[in-house]
Design a protein around this ligand. Structure first.
Ligand SMILES: Nc1ncnc2c1ncn2[C@@H]1O[C@H](COP(=O)(O)OP(=O)(O)OP(=O)(O)O)[C@@H](O)[C@H]1O
Ligand SMILES: [Mg+2]
Length: 578
């Protein structure tokens, strides 16, 4: 069964058992008030209505108001504590799952769409939240109420009560059948929701391309189709969910009819007082609400389990790249990088093969080669976004798999090919990664990245907010902010993956000069298509399909009649030195 899921859920509830306890006590109050109300019907009918005892009359309003108030307060206490407990459980769960997601490897993110992950953390946990609270409260309160009402009914006249309760279990069967259906559809519905979120996310991030290529209609149709399949799944959920109440109602009316018919007979035969009959009827009527809620609860449990399964599945996703148990912190390194016969593939296809090179501390090593040759992959492996499949990557002689990820990455500063800026101020974007840096350092970094001029022209200078993905800045401006961010990090190893590709020749020359200073006492890995960027490197590695085909200094490589020379002459013949 789903005990495993329940057990896991319970482990999250455990910290809030105090709230649970209070709520349980209050539930007893709620159930007790219902039972007392049903029980009091009997003296009311027998003594006041039938025997007309005027002396008891003045108690009636007090009892009615008193009972209602007691029940109201009990219910409030019970709901407040159980629902806050439910929210707190989800609060913890959302944090935990998000934290876990952050730790997952890049491989996971290239496999699973961000829409799916979002749907898990937002939608699924919300479904669970509704359900954990409802289940915990509901189950307890409704069961208690049913039990105490049953006791009242049996106490009044067991034969008649027995007769009434024969009908009730019959409702369990259709309710469970409906519940099963709902579970399977809700699961599919959530998948559809994930796809919808993914489609939406993609259109939003690709909005420029959509407009430029005039594919609004196509995107609309795609979205409409996803939306439709989402609807059609939910229509089925609604179909069964909506059926569960009427089915229960009809079944309960059968019970009611039988009870009234049989009960009246017993009163006419003198085996039961009028008061007892009405007390039992009241008990059965009071049972209608909890029984109905229980049947809905069953469906909710099914939905919650579907959602919980998906959430725990993400929670259980193994963290591929993690610190080994004996990982040590890597101190600030001198910056020697060794790729030793590295082999790597993302999937089936080998991306790097027998890939070896050495960068001495302080050296500038450039990677050039056609698109898809594997340059960014090399940068990714050094960052340990992925682990090598063969060979090893060593920094200062230590295999990077033997040190903690944090300490490794503290030694690296990356300017990635895909510039990414957070939706925050320029200042916070530059400070990202070292938030405590002083203003003087921040300003130096901005100067060195040649970003001062345009930043000062922004409406609020460094405090200007950057729109989603930095849309308010040009490509080159964005790159310069990313460079400033990396400069500020002041790490011994600098990785520049097409870091200056969006800059004009003049700014590039300037940034290049600034980087030159920066590269002074740090090891730098430069990746660039423009050979003018890499001409002054200490060592140039020419990559072709994941292999180093040539290496050496610029003049050496030009002297050889190889790939580098061909690339170089081509870039020159085009009339510019880019
Ligand atoms: N996340 C990924 N999953 C699967 N394959 C990938 C992934 N990233 C890159 N590849 C593949 O690995 C190969 C090398 O990619 P890489 O990004 O290293 O190329 P590159 O030399 O940086 O190219 P460019 O100059 O265009 O940036 C390519 O064939 C690419 O299709
Ligand atoms: Mg690349």
């Amino acid at each position: 069964m789903n005990w495993d899921i329940y057990r896991k859920l319970l482990s999250y509830v455990r910290p809030y058992k105090g709230r649970l306890f209070v709520s349980v006590i209050a539930s007893i109050g709620v159930a007790g008030s219902d039972a007392a109300a049903a029980k009091l019907v009997q003296p009311f009918i027998d003594w006041i209505v039938v025997e007309a005892r005027a002396d008891l009359l003045s108690y009636v309003p007090f009892i009615v108001i008193g009972l209602a108030s007691f029940k109201g307060i009990s219910r409030y206490v019970q709901e407040y504590f159980i629902r806050t407990a439910g929210q707190l459980v989800m609060f913890d769960l959302r944090n935990e799952v998000f934290g876990h997601t952050l730790a997952l490897s890049m491989r996971y993110f290239s496999r699973v769409s961000s829409g799916t992950v979002m749907s898990r953390i937002l939608n699924d946990i919300t479904i669970m939240q509704a359900s954990v609270a409802e289940v915990l409260v509901g189950l307890l309160k409704e069961v208690l109420t049913l039990v105490s009402l049953t006791v009242v009914a049996f106490y009044a006249d067991w034969k008649m009560a027995l007769m009434a309760f024969v009908v009730l279990p019959l409702t369990a069967w259709p309710a469970s059948a409906i519940g099963k259906r709902i579970k399977s559809y809700s699961k599919k519905g959530q998948t559809a929701m994930g796809e919808l979120t993914a489609a939406l996310e993609q259109s939003m991030s690709g909005i420029k391309v959509i407009k430029a290529f005039g594919t609004e209609q196509k995107e609309y149709d795609k979205f409409e189709a996803e939306n439709r399949s989402f609807y059609s799944f939910f229509r089925k959920v609604i179909k069964y969910d909506a059926a569960s109440s009427p089915v229960m109602e009809i079944l309960l009316s059968l019970g009611g009819a039988a009870v009234i018919w049989y009960g009246l007979h017993r009163v006419f035969e003198g085996k039961m007082t009028q008061g007892e009959l009405f007390s039992i009827l009241a008990a059965v009527m009071f049972m209608y609400t909890p029984a109905k809620k229980l049947s809905k609860l069953y469906n909710r449990i099914q939905q919650a389990i579907g959602a919980a399964e998906r959430v725990f599945e993400l929670r259980a996703e193994p963290v591929e790249i993690h610190d080994t148990s004996d990982a040590v912190a890597m101190p600030r390194v001198r910056g020697e990088i060794v790729f030793d016969r590295v082999g790597f593939s993302y999937g089936d296809e080998q991306v790097l093969e027998d890939f070896s090179f050495t960068a001495a501390p302080g050296e500038v090593v450039a990677l050039v080669g056609a698109s898809g040759a594997g340059k960014s992959t090399v940068a990714g492996l050094l960052n340990r976004f992925y682990d090598v499949s063969e060979g090893s990557v060593r920094v200062d002689g230590t295999d990077i798999r033997e040190v903690t990820l944090d300490s490794l990455r503290a030694n690296l500063a990356l300017v990635d090919q895909e510039t990414f800026l957070f939706n925050e101020s320029v200042r916070n974007n530059v400070l990202y990664g070292c938030p405590e840096a002083e203003d003087s350092k921040l300003n130096d970094a901005i100067d060195q990245a040649y970003a001062r001029e345009f930043i000062e022209q922004l409406p609020q200078g460094v405090e200007t907010g950057i729109g989603n993905r930095g849309v308010r800045l040009s490509g080159g401006q964005r790159q310069r902010i990313c460079i400033a961010r990396a400069i500020l990090r002041d790490a011994p190893i600098l990785i520049l993956d097409e870091a200056t590709s969006a800059l004009d020749t003049e700014s590039e020359a300037m940034v290049q000069k600034a980087l030159q200073n920066l590269m002074h006492n740090r090891t730098t890995l430069v990746i660039a298509h423009r050979l003018s960027t890499v001409m002054h490197a200490d060592k140039i590695l020419v990559l072709d399909k994941g292999k180093i085909v040539e290496q050496g200094r610029h003049d050496q490589l030009v002297a050889q009649d190889g790939l580098y020379r061909r690339l170089y002459t081509m870039q020159f013949q085009n009339g510019n030195e880019e």
